[in-house]
Design a binder for this molecule. Structure first.
Ligand code: HEM
Length: 366
């Protein structure tokens, strides 16, 4: 029949409008270096997988979650106990957020050490750093939503730290809390940031990041001889599908056998939040904030006449700047040379994060 729809006809129809062929040609010619650093090319993909899982499970949670102090805790309980597979969706969301941030740490440090940021990939690196900050922002804003004791007091402590930001500290705390204290207004704000502002920004940045990766192709690790290349399609894509399947299995295993709250939160801290309770013992942030939280305890009360907490906030802001600007100060990498300095800074940051995180978990004090 003349008017019947065939696969070829449909492709032609789209081609005339969006030039599929250009994209297909691009993918056909794309390759991935098959050197000894090959494994690190999968961590951006696993981060992408967990990001997609976050969006999908988050949308399901939105169907039942209620962001008010009177009903947030109860709605989460309802999702866990009444909604079909609600417990699974909630646990997958919690585990996937952690695995996404873990993937991002691997992805970032592997790119630091293989120098994946060198010319022309500076902007890929910078958009990546913003994505990491946003991922941590998702974690911080999502923590309050269950409205239990842990989430309430961790947000109180976390927002208090923002008060030490030079010049804008007081404004920042009031902006985040919607007032002087953590209240329903804080819940409304953090909820709005968690489900609209951050997803919109993150989707935009993921899009830009991936566009850069496609436009520039995969880099060779610095110092690696140009050798065998693997075809992106189908060879690399098959392997990526295997990695995504492994991620899915891991998520399902963790969500089913290790319910997030029972593994990480004591029964007392799982109770509903009340502003009148004294701050309970053992309030800890999520593991990826632990190194900052713990290091605050070691800063003296005042340094050279400056408040210790203000100095700490400045120290970490400087750290973020060092990270963002890496492609510009590692001038050796652009000349295809390895220098000990960026290596020592990278390893130093990694050791700092690991040691302080461990100390944070060993610390049983207040
Ligand atoms: C949601 C967050 C992110 C997603 C979904 C993502 C995804 C990806 C993907 C799929 C690739 C290509 C494969 C690979 O190299 O692994 C890539 C490359 C890259 N990413 Fe990310 N990424 C994210 C965050 C980051 C972060 C935090 C950084 C560093 C601070 C970063 C820096 C880079 C760089 C420099 C490349 C180019 C690597 C090369 O060409 O060898 N990305 N990203």
């Amino acid at each position: 029949m003349k008017n019947s729809i065939s696969a070829g006809g449909l492709t032609k129809w789209f081609n005339e409008r969006v030039s599929f062929e250009g994209m297909v040609e691009h993918v056909k010619h794309k390759t991935v270096p098959e050197g000894k650093h090959f494994i690190w090319y999968f961590f951006g993909g696993s981060a992408l997988f967990f990001f997609i899982v976050q969006v999908v499970t988050g949308l399901f949670l939105l169907l039942y979650y209620k962001p008010t102090p009177a009903s947030a805790y109860e709605s989460v309980h309802f999702i866990e106990s009444e909604v079909a597979f609600g417990w699974l969706i909630r646990n997958v969301h919690a585990w996937s957020s952690n695995l996404m941030i873990l993937s991002l740490f691997f992805h970032m440090f592997s790119n630091w050490f293989t120098k994946g940021f060198r010319k022309p990939r500076e902007l890929t690196w910078i958009t990546g750093v913003f994505l990491l900050i946003m991922a941590m922002g998702f974690g911080f804003t999502g923590y309050l939503l269950p409205w239990n004791k842990l989430s309430f007091f961790a947000t109180k402590v976390g927002t208090e730290i923002a008060a030490s930001t030079p010049f804008i500290g007081d404004f920042l705390v009031r902006f985040l809390r919607g007032g002087e204290e953590v209240t329903g207004a804080t819940l409304t704000r953090l909820f709005a940031i968690h489900v609209t502002v951050l997803p919109l920004l993150a989707a935009m940045f993921v899009g830009i990041h991936l566009y850069f990766v496609q436009a520039q192709g995969m880099s060779h690790a610095l110092g690696e001889k140009l050798g065998k290349e693997m075809k992106f399609f189908p060879d690399f894509v098959y392997r990526e599908i295997a990695v995504w399947s492994a991620c899915l299995l891991l998520l399902a295993f963790l969500a089913v056998y290790f319910p997030f709250d029972s593994v990480f939160i004591s029964l007392e801290l799982q109770e509903k939040a009340s502003a009148f309770d004294p701050t309970p013992m053992g309030i800890k942030p999520e593991w990826y904030f632990m190194f900052m939280f713990q290091s605050l305890k070691y800063f003296p009360g005042s340094i050279l006449g400056m408040d210790g907490r203000v100095a700490a906030v400045m120290f970490f802001s400087f750290g973020a700047l060092v990270l963002i600007a890496l492609p510009f100060w590692d001038v050796w990498a652009h000349r295809e040379k390895r220098h000990w300095f960026p290596m020592v800074v990278g390893v130093g940051i990694l050791i700092f994060i690991i040691v302080l995180t461990t100390l944070g978990y060993l610390d049983t004090g207040h």
